[in-house]
Design a protein around this ligand. Sequence first.
Ligand code: PLP
Length: 394
Amino acid sequence: MVNEKMYDLGSEPSAIRELFAYGLARKAEIGADKVFDFSLGNPSIPAPDAVKQAIVELLDEPPISLHGYTPAQGTPGVRSAIADSINRRFGMKATSSNIYMTAGAAASLAISINAVADAGDEFIVVAPYFPEYRIWIEAADCTCVEVMARELDFQLDLAAIEAVVTPKTKGVIVNSPNNPVGSVYSEENLRGLADVLRVKQEEFGSVIYLICDEPYREIVYEGVNVPYVPALYDNTIVCYSYSKSLSLPGERIGYIYVSERMPEWNRAYAAICGAGRALGFVCAPSLFQGVIEKCVDVPTDVAAYAENRELLCQGLAGLGYEYVEPQGAFYLWVKALEPDEQAFAARAKEHELLLVPSTSFGCTGYVRIGYCVSKETIANSMPAFKALMEEYRG
Ligand code: PLP
């Protein structure tokens, strides 16, 4: 009666969503201040005032155009504004013809994968990774090939990637700053990846796309540089989103940038338009296209996340937890206190600490703490983290 693959997708539980739902129910039961929900990546700081200002200004425009359809790929105005911003910031030569407006990074990635893939192609993802990658890859009848990041610093393991590139490899998805680890790939590391892919393209006579998932680009700490991949590798497609940078996850707004340095980029861009059409992702929300046109260079407020990061890292380090020092995004990747991270997360839950086991991200031995929460949540959770540690270490 229905498509079994889609039925399974729609009915199989998502560990992260289940934990979040549990948190809501538990808060209703024992009080919101007694549950420490670190499960989601929902920004905890409000959208900048400039966003509100832009909305207010836009509301004076005639409703027919304000709320009407835009061209499928977005208005020329917002696409030009984004291209100009990319050129100013990263020295590229983009125009509006390289930009396709989307309903956030999720749409950007689903469109990009479908735009370049033929059934049976392979996409490489770097574990630990955002779990939806596999869903989008497999929905395009392609294979998701997992490669672990380097064990100590969670940078790209170039030898491991090289070992799994085949003539069927159509793309590599990289996500930096990274969810769930918080790592930022260095320029040297990304240059190394670009070299590997160029050699493999030559060897196989194929095109391998680097698909850069960048919703956290602006959220970095201590001046860390996030290299711009289109400047390092021509066959790059950037999937951007304003969900995190402007705290607009529910408005569903982002874009795809097809690098103008890509040979025959206009064919790739046409395929992006085609995939957007085939998937029904045409005309991103009109009001928010207008907002982005006005707010394209509004800086991201990372101060609150930086404070949370400091508080959490200091607190957990003092208690003896081991974690990866986050350079960006708003997640802390913490070593579980026993080999079975699911059992560890279950014990944390008994202390009202809602942590996502690393199994959700394709690897073992860790939990993810989302620190896009209030400062109080972090401060008040420390006795629970202490009790959890004592339970293991006595
Ligand atoms: N990619 C990563 C790594 C994410 O963490 C998220 C959201 O949390 C997305 C993509 C999807 O973002 P969006 O809300 O823009 O669809």
